[in-house]
Design a protein around this ligand. Sequence first.
Ligand code: MEV
Length: 317
Amino acid sequence: MKSIASAPGKVILFGEHFIVYGVKAILCSINKRIVATSRLLDERKVKIRSVLGDAELDIDCLSELDAVTSRFMKPFFYIAKNALEDYGKDKGIEIVLESQIPAGIGLGSSSAACVAVTASVNGLFVRLSKQEVVKKAIEAERIIFKETPGADTSVSTFGGLMLYDPNSGFQEISSNNDLAFIIANSSQVHNTQEIVRQVRVFKEKNGNFFNQLCEKEAEIVNEALLALRKNDLKMLGLLMLKNQDLLQQIKVSTEKIDLLVREAKKTSYGAKLTGAGFGGCIISLVDNSNSATTVDNLKKISDCFPVKIDYQGLLYI
Ligand code: MEV
């Protein structure tokens, strides 16, 4: 028997990094997915196959997750181990991951993978609700990224556009606009946890200044909520540029990202890096009037592709 689930990646419209310090963020899931397929094995092993490599461990060694060399795979072993224990099965599990989400560029591939794997592995025994999946997926992600506020995992599970408050969770934002973005990849792969650590060092050295930036970010998020309600793309684009300026100030932008933003600004409503930064990718806000020209312009200097909001979130297949 196979159990298959898929979950979307995400973009952060406003609030990355500042969310770690209590500021709310606005994010949406995108129409690029990861599919996880699980099946039970008679041998007591957990096997993982993915485009980023394969790994396997004996069930009896699963308490030693540190032995797993690939960091990004640790949460999947953890999810499989817990499920086998919870349902009292003396078996193994194979998990196969297929992805449309480029890894390591800020599009939430590792959170989407945690969501899809949690639903698929547990689905071998029982179909979990979205609430149950998100709880377990965040727990799994925290074994490699202790500080994650859980925003990426939440939007991947529930889908759509949301305001995420690190203190009280998410709130759906109803918008009658199917926001569209062009994503341009800087081709600089990043490590989210390392960048979050560097921002913490920056904050510790620049306490007052950092607090002021947090206040400015909170204002941007509030104005963006109003702009979304009014469907004001021009205002949203301007706010994205303001947000990019704050991200530059905390030093998570790069020359390549700045160049991409400058180019994207020429044709789109606005642009900014999305996710952890320090490479990764930018999003530029477009509609039918400027989507093609923005792609034409950006593809001269980077890989780029259009995305739209995904409203489904986690899907059992
Ligand atoms: C990563 O997509 C966004 C960060 O704010 C970290 C997080 O919220 O988990 C940098």
